[in-house]
Design a protein around this ligand. Structure first.
Ligand code: ZN
Ligand code: ZN
Length: 212
């Protein structure tokens, strides 16, 4: 069986790294580093790990963390916009913050808020924070995310970025076994160019896309 990129479908993929748990493969076309399917956890194993994450709505540390995406996002969107938080997790802290700023929020999460009716409309903005690295089939989810955004709308992504192989070798981000898709600036620029989006990077882990 030929291994192909889970994001751009290229078969030009090469071994990137191996650690004691898994193998990592990199796509030559889009630079995504991904974990082959045989190393993926089952949905039940993933849910058990997510249930241990404690992101309390009123937690000040977590709010400070989320403000790194909220601050730049606020400069992209109009007051009282309609937004969707895709992959909100067990405690919808980001939606809570954005509602407090006057926006109207919907939430979706495959485990914690699985009502798919919210995926049948389009939004002024979509947020996807610390989620995209969990996607087993990022090509599919990327299409869903971009189609959820209205023309001139914004997609806000937060994920830690691959810098190089040396840093990857002792990167804590990959020790979370639910993380299977590792993006870099190169990967996001590839997607932006392919799909006709503008892209801007903020800090180490916030990426904003705008639709034409
Ligand atoms: Zn690729
Ligand atoms: Zn994560």
């Amino acid at each position: 069986m030929t291994l192909s990129c889970t994001l751009c479908d290229s078969t030009e993929v090469t071994h990137f790294f191996t650690d004691k748990h898994r193998e990592y493969v990199q796509c030559k076309q889009c630079s995504l580093v991904f974990v082959p399917a045989q190393f993926h956890l089952t949905a039940e194993q993933e849910k058990a790990l997510y249930d241990k994450h404690e992101n309390h709505i009123e937690d000040k540390g977590y709010q400070a963390f989320l403000s790194r995406v909220v601050s730049p996002l606020q400069t992209y969107i109009a007051p009282q916009s309609d937004g969707l938080d895709f992959g909100c997790g067990p405690g919808p802290a980001l939606a809570h913050m954005l509602t407090g700023l006057g926006h109207t929020m919907s939430v979706y999460d495959i485990f914690y808020a699985p009502q798919t009716d919210v995926l049948t409309t389009q939004y002024d903005f979509v947020t996807c924070t610390e989620v995209i690295e969990h996607f087993h089939t990022p090509a599919k989810e990327w299409t869903i995310l971009t189609e959820l955004v209205k023309p001139q709308g914004t997609l806000a992504v937060m994920t830690k970025l691959v810098i190089d192989k040396d840093r990857f070798s002792n990167w804590h981000y990959k020790s979370d076994l639910t993380h299977v898709s590792f993006f870099s600036q190169t990967t996001f620029k590839f997607l932006a160019q392919r799909d006709g989006l503008s892209v801007e990077f903020f800090g180490n882990d916030v990426i904003l896309f705008k639709k034409p």
